[in-house]
Design a protein around this ligand. Structure first.
Ligand code: FES
Length: 105
């Protein structure tokens, strides 16, 4: 697991979707309208399009390519055509800084 400090929570508007690099991977960092922060792989399990280009639907994200939806809390696929869940990564806020613990793939 790799810890990645991605900036100040104050710099993440609610709602917003941000693409952040972690080594050779991309992470989709989401702040919902309610203020919750989630991180998932920026790689749709269907055909690999970046979820960071998608739409935020409360606590779900919709892939821009074919419309699969994923629960940001669990990564569970909630709408087709994707069959597999997307990987999630724990997020902590410490002293106003946002830290993502990127799981090994
Ligand atoms: S690539 Fe995401 S739904 Fe097809």
């Amino acid at each position: 697991m790799t810890s990645l400090e991605v900036g100040d929570v104050a710099d993440l508007p609610a709602p917003s979707i941000t693409r952040v690099a972690c080594g050779d991977r991309w992470i989709c960092l989401v702040r919902t309208a309610a203020g919750s922060i989630f991180a998932v792989d920026d790689d749709c399990p269907h055909e690999g399009y970046p979820l960071s280009d998608g739409e935020l639907l409360d606590d779900e994200i919709e892939c821009p390519a074919h419309g699969s939806t994923f629960d940001l809390r669990s990564g569970a696929v909630t709408g087709p055509p994707a069959m597999d869940d997307v990987a999630t990564h724990p997020v902590d806020v410490r002293d106003g800084r946002v830290i993502v613990s990127v799981r090994d793939s």
